[in-house]
Ligand binder design. Structure first.
Ligand code: NDP
Ligand code: A1CAB
Length: 281
């Protein structure tokens, strides 16, 4: 990252904070190089300023005038209004980085109405602790230099892979939403622990270590997940009895449908917005 590059965050929610935390931790930027704006929540901006020392402003022009990079971190439903507000203050020498689920770079180009270089990114909230699984895809005017820059930026918050833009919907269904699937599993394990009479705190520690241990086994072992599962499953034993119940509930089919549905929702959100933008023209 060039020493004096400045980055403006449009949106100050959980994704923006996760990325800011990672960038500062890795010293890719200093707080003075980061400016953050949002729609109306002044207390939130003050909180980010106090926690990270970053610059904050309610004035969009002020946020953008010295920015080399513009990181769009607003909700997809707010993008039409959000981009229209900033479009007068952006120029084609700036790079737009969008983390918006579903929203294509073509739709963003229509909204900006300028030949902006745009890189679409799909991280996840584990960025907050430097463990995001992030995919990046290039829009029409984005170059390899932009790709390298965004890759460097998101490597501060975890793993980065380059994909075609058409694949970003699938990435969103798989790893963008992915942490929620794991949290949902943990919620169920915690409920079960209570029902089988375990102390809440003891159960919490055991569940956490079980998840971390299994994740690290998956990472360090060359074995297929099914093989690792079979190694836990003694014939006629406890795991077999438990897994049979999951099979009866079609657990794997449920997970597959879940990921497909999340992917489909990303596609739908993109289509709806595209239509909305076209109808406004
Ligand atoms: N959360 C997640 O797990 C992931 C989210 N994403 C994507 O990241 C984006 C942000 O999500 P998240 O951080 O969770 O959302 P949040 O709801 O936490 O934050 C949204 C932010 O956008 C601001 N905002 C809304 N409208 C405008 C506007 N017109 N101008 C400037 N700022 C505006 C809000 O400001 P105010 O509070 O003042 O209204 C708020 O700071 C979404 O597009 C989502 O698809 C991508 C990957 C994972
Ligand atoms: O639920 C959502 O729409 C966003 C995108 C990926 C994770 N959260």
């Amino acid at each position: 990252m060039k020493k004096k590059q400045k980055i403006a965050f449009i949106g100050a929610g959980s994704m923006a904070e996760a990325i800011i935390a990672g960038m500062l931790q890795q010293q890719l930027f200093t707080p003075e190089q980061i400016i953050v704006t949002n729609r109306s929540n002044r207390q939130r901006l003050q909180e980010l300023h106090e926690t990270y020392g970053v610059q904050v402003t309610h004035n969009k022009q002020e946020a953008l005038q010295h920015a080399d990079l513009i990181l769009l971190a607003i909700k997809p439903k707010d993008v039409t209004e959000g981009v229209k507000e900033i479009a007068p203050f952006v120029n084609t020498s700036q790079l737009v980085i969008s983390v918006l689920a579903g929203v294509s770079t073509d739709t963003l180009l229509q909204l900006f109405n300028k030949s902006m270089a745009i890189v679409r990114v799909m991280p996840n909230t584990s960025a907050a602790i430097g463990k995001s699984a992030t995919a990046i895809a290039l829009g029409e005017y984005a170059t390899d230099i932009h790709r390298d820059l965004v890759q460097e930026l998101f490597e501060t918050v975890g793993l980065v892979v380059l994909v075609e833009e058409a694949e970003i919907h699938a990435v969103t269904g798989l790893s963008g939403s992915g942490p929620a699937y794991v949290y949902y599993l943990v919620e169920a394990m915690e409920k079960a622990a209570t029902e089988i009479g375990l102390d809440k705190d003891v159960a919490k520690d055991l569940i956490l270590q079980t998840i971390i241990g299994a994740a690290e086994m998956l990472k360090s072992s060359t074995k297929h997940p099914a093989t690792l599962r079979k190694e836990v499953t003694s014939p006629g034993g406890t795991t077999e009895a438990g897994i049979k119940v999951l099979e009866n509930y079609n657990y794997q089919e449920a997970m597959i449908s879940c990921i497909k549905q999340a992917t489909k929702r990303s596609e739908q959100m993109g289509e709806q917005l595209k239509e909305h933008v076209l109808n406004q023209k």
